[in-house]
Design a binder for this molecule. Structure first.
Ligand code: GLY
Length: 365
């Protein structure tokens, strides 16, 4: 078992522990009770996680009020579900002494974190991520929220977890497509911050794909260290935290244009290749780098091109609506070396000419 701290600066600085291990879930409840002894727990999970047996393993027969999100996934990530969760907490006579326990993937963590942020003006949330995506990315860093009918995460708050427990054994029951797609965020971490970590993933991909617990724990440590460092430096995404959006500008556009048929990590894989092609156009590439990135993504079996039927003009239009666009054109996160972000005047998200993006979108066919 491994522990690390994340120190979040700001007006109300806070610090939380990330615990990483295998087969943690069945012995976790006494630890949570010991840390939040005076709090009453409320568990939020979804039907897939419950069906996989993880809720039962966590609670071990204890009678703890819980909310199971049905159906699982982005379709439920909205304000109606949030209202249902909050009302379930009220009906269980819970108050400001509540600790919310989020057991599940990215959508569960986002929804539970948001409910915790607004229930009685804010109660602590413990994140127990059970997917490759949530363990690599979303459980750490405090981004919480739900979608409106117009856009993703339209309602949201920065609400940092009080603790994070990563049990890599929960990944054993994850379906293959979700498992592989979530690994793209780990590859992203290597690309933006740690060439040796990228090389570790590249050399250990077979063990990663067979879900060997030791390599999964090693990866979780790298992911949490990289993400934790960035969040400590820039918790509210003023500048440096934008580096975590590598591959996400075009990736989000592809995800949205697919009407969310593509999984987040699958769309980000296309976005990472797009970033590599933009880097080549801007003289930021290194010999062989993009081929290695493509190779690892192809071995994962995630897409590396824009789907044939996807309209390029639609993608451009979505890019113009990017929430961080300036003058209707987004900024891009790029690397100039494996493990190093390309900065312009200290900025982590930089200008890229629209013609370059149009050319790259054509190359991605
Ligand atoms: N997923 C990117 C971030 O947390 O900033």
């Amino acid at each position: 078992m491994h522990e690390m701290q994340v120190k979040v600066p700001g007006d109300a600085p806070r610090e939380y522990t990330i615990t990483i291990g295998a087969d943690l879930l069945s012995s976790l409840w006494p630890r949570i009770k010991a840390s939040f002894g005076t709090h009453r727990a409320f568990v939020i999970t979804d039907e897939h996680v419950a069906a996989a047996g993880h809720l039962e393993t966590l609670l071990g027969g204890r009678n703890i009020p819980s909310f199971v999100i049905r159906p699982a996934g982005e379709v439920s990530k909205n304000i109606n579900t949030t209202v249902a969760i909050i009302e379930a907490m009220e009906k269980a006579y819970l108050g400001r002494d509540t600790v919310v326990v989020a057991l599940g993937g990215g959508t569960v963590g986002d929804m539970a974190g948001f409910a915790a942020a607004i229930f009685k003006r804010g109660v602590p949330v413990v994140q127990i991520p059970t997917t490759t995506l949530a363990q690599a990315d979303s459980a750490v860093g405090g981004k919480t929220g739900v979608d409106s009918s117009v856009s993703k995460n339209a309602f949201g708050a920065f609400w940092h977890p009080a603790a994070v427990y990563i049990d890599v054994s929960t990944l054993q029951t994850l379906d293959e497509r979700q498992y592989r797609a979530g690994l793209v965020e780990a590859i992203k971490h290597g690309l933006i911050a740690d060439a040796e970590y990228f090389e570790l993933i590249e050399s250990q991909l077979d063990a990663i794909l067979t879900r060997e617990p030791d390599i999964l724990q090693t990866m979780a440590q790298h992911n949490c260290r990289i993400k934790g460092d960035v969040v400590e430096a820039d918790p509210r995404e003023q500048n440096q935290r934008r580096m975590l959006n590598y591959g996400h500008t075009i990736g989000h556009a592809v995800e949205s244009a697919s009407d969310y048929e593509m999984l987040h990590g699958e769309a980000i894989a296309v976005g990472i290749v797009a970033a590599g092609l933009i880097e080549a156009e801007m003289g930021l590439s290194e010999p062989g780098r993009l081929d290695r990135i493509r190779g690892i993504l192809e071995k994962l079996g995630v897409p590396v091109n824009v789907p044939d039927q996807m309209d390029e003009n639609k993608l451009i239009d979505i890019l113009k609506h990017d929430k961080k666009a300036v003058d209707s054109w987004p900024k891009f996160v790029l690397i100039d070396q494996l493990g190093r972000i390309h900065q312009q005047d200290g900025r982590y998200a930089v200008d890229v000419d629209r013609k370059i993006v149009e050319k790259v979108l054509k190359q991605l066919r």
